[in-house]
Design a protein around this ligand. Structure first.
Ligand code: NAG
Ligand code: NAG
Ligand code: NAG
Ligand code: NAG
Ligand code: NAG
Ligand code: NAG
Ligand code: NAG
Length: 419
C-alpha cells in the first residue's frame, strides 16, 4: 500500500513539481509551552535551515545548481516557474557544515565553519518546526510572553545573533510547484521585503520581494541590543514589486525600536554591565493588550531579564521628558512615524494573534558593518571594527547559543516551574 502510494506521489512530482531528493533530517530542539496553572510542558520541536541552504540542483547532476543566495536563479533550468519545478531537485541539508548544532533545548549557531583549514562564512538562518516536523510552529503571542536564554559573549562588534518572528505561512507555501514546503525551509519573508530566488518555494522569475510583518525580539551582540517591531499593512507573505517594496511601501523597515544605549542608557547592557554579556542570561518579552485578553489590542511590549537568579527590570530611558521602559504607543508616536502609518502596535498585534514563525540566525554585514545596531548613537563600537574581514580574521569562533525557549501566559515562563 505504502509503496503504491509513494510510486503514485513520485509520478505526480515527475510531471508537476520540483522534486524532493535526499531526505531531510531536522535537528531536534526541545521547547516549552507554559501556563500559570500547569507550569511548562516540553515539546519535541525541531529546526530547519532556509531552503537556500539546501542543495538545489539539476535532476541527475548535483554539480549544476538551480539557484543560490548571490547569483539567483539558473537561467537555463529556471526560465519559468514550471520549468524550474520540473528541472530541479531539493536535497536534505547538512546542518553541521552550516554551523548549526542542537542539544536538548539548546541551539548553537556559528558564523564561520572551518573545512580543510579554510574558514568560510555560513551565516545560518533556521526556523522552528512543530512536533510533526512538516510545518512551522505558529506562535500566537498576543497577551502572552516568550523567554529564552542567550550566551553571546563571543559575538563581537559587527555581529548579530537574532531571534525573531515573521508572519510566514505555516506550510511554507507547500503546493503544486513547491512539494517540499516548510520541511525544506521554504517561504521566508520579513519587513525588509528582500528579493530571494524563491517566494514560498516557487521560482521568483519576476524578482519580487517577500514582505511580511516582523517582530524582532532579539537583535544583539555582546555590546548592544535592540527590540523592534516592524509592522506591514498586509497579512502574511506579500510578493511586492516596485515602490511597494521600498521604504514607503507596505512594510515599516526601520521599526519602533528599544535599544537602551540609543535611548541614553549606555551602562545597562554589555560586558560586566547591569545585564552582563560575559555570562548567559534570560530574555523575557511580554505582549500586553489593552484588555488583558488575546482578543485585545497590543498596547505595550515589555522586556525584562533574569541573570544569576535575579530579575532585572528593563532600562529606564527618558524620551522627551517622559520615563519609559517599554515600547508603547507614545514611544512609537515620537520616534517611528512610518511604523505608525503601517498600523503601529495594533497591526503588529494582529500578526501576533494570527501566528508567526520563530526564526534564529547569526549574521554579519559587509555593507554597513552593523553600525545601525552597535555604533555611533546605537552603541559603543567604532564604525569600522564590525568589518566582516576583521571578524573573520580575529574571531572565527564567533557564535551564539539560544536555549530554554518557552512561551505562554504572562509570568509563567521565567520561573522555570517545570511540569
Ligand atoms: C519526545 O522525544 C523523546 C525522545 O525522542 C521521546 O522519548 C518522547 O516520547 C517524545 N515526546 C513526545 C510528546 O512526542
Ligand atoms: C555534471 O555537470 C558538470 C558541470 O556542468 C559536468 O562537468 C559533469 O560532466 C556533469 N556530470 C554528469 C554525470 O552529467
Ligand atoms: C499600504 O501602504 C502603502 C504605502 O503607503 C499604500 O500604497 C497601500 O495602499 C496600503 N495598503 C493598505 C491595505 O492599507
Ligand atoms: C569583566 O569582569 C571580570 C571580573 O571582574 C574581568 O575579569 C573581565 O576582564 C571583565 N571583562 C571586560 C570585558 O571588561
Ligand atoms: C576601532 O576599534 C578597533 C578595535 O578595537 C581598533 O583596532 C581600531 O583602531 C579602531 N578604529 C578607530 C577609527 O578608532
Ligand atoms: C498569569 O499570572 C500573572 C501574574 O503572575 C497574571 O498577570 C496573568 O494575568 C495570569 N494569566 C492567566 C491567563 O491566568
Ligand atoms: C551578509 C554579509 O555581508 N555577509 C558577509 C559575512 O562575512 C563574510 C566574510 O567573513 C562575507 O563573505 C559575507 O559576505
Amino acid at each position: 500500500m505504502m509503496r503504491l502510494l509513494l510510486a503514485a506521489l513520485a509520478a505526480i512530482h515527475l510531471v508537476t513539481a520540483q522534486r524532493i531528493g535526499t531526505p531531510e533530517v531536522h535537528p531536534q530542539l526541545q521547547t516549552w509551552k507554559c501556563t500559570n496553572s500547569t507550569g511548562c510542558t516540553a515539546q519535541n520541536t525541531s529546526v530547519v535551515l532556509d531552503a537556500l541552504s539546501h542543495p538545489l540542483h539539476a535532476i541527475g547532476n548535483s554539480s549544476i545548481s538551480c539557484s543560490d543566495w548571490s547569483s539567483g536563479l539558473s537561467k537555463e533550468l529556471c526560465s519559468t516557474k514550471e520549468s524550474c519545478a520540473k528541472n530541479c531537485v531539493l536535497d536534505g541539508a547538512d546542518y553541521t557544515s552550516h554551523g548549526v548544532q542542537t542539544k536538548g533545548g539548546s541551539l548553537i549557531l556559528h558564523q564561520y565553519q572551518k573545512s580543510n583549514g579554510a574558514v568560510s562564512a555560513v551565516s545560518p538562518r533556521v526556523y522552528l518546526l512543530d512536533e510533526s516536523g512538516k510545518n512551522y510552529d505558529m506562535l500566537r503571542l498576543l497577551n502572552q510572553e516568550i523567554s529564552f536564554d542567550v550566551e553571546l559573549s563571543s559575538l563581537v562588534c559587527g555581529m548579530n545573533g537574532a531571534l525573531y518572528l515573521s508572519e510566514m505561512l505555516q506550510s511554507g507555501g507547500r503546493g503544486r510547484l513547491n512539494p517540499a514546503g516548510a520541511e525544506y525551509g521554504t517561504g521566508y519573508c520579513d519587513a525588509q521585503c528582500g528579493t530571494s530566488p524563491w517566494i514560498n518555494g516557487v521560482a521568483n522569475t519576476e524578482s519580487r520581494g517577500s514582505c511580511c510583518s516582523e517582530m524582532d525580539l532579539w537583535e544583539a551582540n555582546a555590546r548592544s541590543t535592540a527590540l523592534t517591531p516592524h509592522a506591514c499593512n498586509i497579512t502574511r507573505l506579500y510578493a511586492c514589486t516596485g515602490d511597494d517594496c521600498g521604504s514607503n511601501g507596505v512594510c515599516d523597515k526601520s521599526g519602533c525600536g528599544f535599544n537602551p544605549y540609543a535611548l541614553g542608557e549606555k551602562d545597562y547592557y554589555g560586558y560586566n554591565m547591569t545585564v552582563d554579556t560575559t555570562k548567559r542570561f534570560t530574555v523575557v518579552t511580554q505582549f500586553v493588550t489593552d484588555d488583558h485578553t488575546a482578543r485585545g489590542r497590543l498596547s505595550e511590549i515589555r522586556r525584562l531579564y533574569v541573570q544569576g537568579g535575579k530579575v532585572i527590570q528593563n532600562a529606564v530611558a527618558k524620551v522627551s521628558g517622559t520615563e519609559i521602559d517599554s515600547i508603547t504607543e507614545g514611544l512609537c508616536e515620537s520616534s517611528a512615524g512610518y511604523f505608525q502609518k503601517m498600523g503601529g502596535l495594533k497591526q503588529m498585534g494582529n500578526a501576533l494573534r494570527r501566528g508567526m514563525v520563530l526564526i534564529f540566525s547569526v549574521w554579519n554585514d559587509s555593507s554597513q558593518f552593523m553600525n545601525w545596531l552597535d555604533s555611533g548613537s546605537a552603541g559603543p563600537c567604532n564604525s569600522t571594527e564590525g568589518n566582516p574581514d576583521i571578524i573573520q580574521a580575529q574571531h572565527p569562533e564567533t557564535s551564539v547559543t539560544f536555549s530554554n525557549i518557552r512561551w505562554g501566559d504572562i509570568g509563567s515562563t521565567y520561573t522555570y516551574a517545570q511540569k
